[in-house]
Design a protein around this ligand. Structure first.
Ligand SMILES: [Zn+2]
Length: 270
């Protein structure tokens, strides 16, 4: 067969290791197969840009391709040689990010739990679109001291934990590199971040399922923070960023719902 000789013109712009997934290809009897391993505990969305010469794709890969969580050898497409007497090759560029970017249908009515200990009253130091660091961001800062317990506002699977940092600063946005945080992926495709945790302040590990109201870690003041607090945000991922979402919390005895506002205190009586 001529395939082997003809295949030498293959070129790849492929960065074999994209940020969140491993993208690779195999030779087949009539071309190539493009595959992805996703080790993440949530889906990953990938935008492929293929350049094909004398090959045709068996799948439509113009749009975002969503790779399910924890899969090996997920087939993206097959490239079949059109004319075996001519050279064939493909190039590929990719962009990827966590989450399924093809759906925006999340649970808008979910009743989040306050992420602190029962019987406490906590001030919202900075609210949605706050002037200090929440410009165009639906995030909440709970006024917790270093070492106070942090509870899951909503159940899900832990997809990322950083707890090695000890320092904080406010001199530039680079200070965020020192954030300790936990990210939880919810079943409706949204994510929650719990930020500024103290060093070694996580009670959970990547891949662990957590329930709403479960103790997950300890508050701190690491990273981009002028003082101790818990930064909390729920969001959907996009290729080039993310969209933070407004949420509602159960307050007082757990029968009342509230949109939390900057400068107000809320009691967790449940
Ligand atoms: Zn914040």
């Amino acid at each position: 067969m001529k395939f082997i000789q003809l295949a030498v013109f293959l070129f790849l712009c492929l960065s074999a290791k994209a940020d969140y997934v491993n993208i690779y290809y195999n030779e087949t009897s009539n071309g190539y197969q493009v595959l992805v391993d996703n080790d993440q505990y949530c889906p990953v969305s990938i935008k492929f840009n293929f350049e094909l010469k004398n090959l045709k794709s068996t799948n439509d890969v113009e749009n975002i391709v969503v790779i399910p969580a924890r899969v090996k050898g997920h087939v993206v497409t097959n490239f079949v040689v059109k004319n075996v007497r001519k050279t064939y090759r493909f190039g590929m560029k990719t962009r990827s990010n966590l989450g399924d970017h093809t759906t925006k249908n999340y649970d808008r009515d979910f009743q989040y739990h306050l992420p602190f200990k029962s019987a406490k009253n906590v001030l919202i130091g900075q609210g949605y679109n706050g002037n200090f660091t929440h410009h165009n961001e639906n995030a909440l800062d709970f006024d917790l001291r270093v070492g106070e317990e942090v509870y899951a506002a909503r159940g899900g699977v832990v997809i990322e934990v950083v707890e090695k940092n000890s320092r904080s600063c406010t001199s530039s946005h680079k200070c965020a590199n020192y954030n300790n945080y936990i990210i939880v992926y919810h079943e409706d495709g949204t994510f929650a971040e719990y930020v500024h945790l103290k060093q070694s302040g996580s009670k959970v590990k990547v891949g662990e399922r957590v329930k709403t109201g479960q103790l997950i870690g300890y508050s701190g003041k690491t990273g981009f923070a002028s003082g101790p607090h818990l930064h909390f945000a729920v969001y959907l991922q996009e290729l080039g960023g993310r969209e933070t979402l407004r949420t509602q919390f159960l307050v007082e005895d757990g029968t009342k719902l509230a949109s939390l506002r900057e400068g107000e205190s809320y009691r967790k009586g449940y």
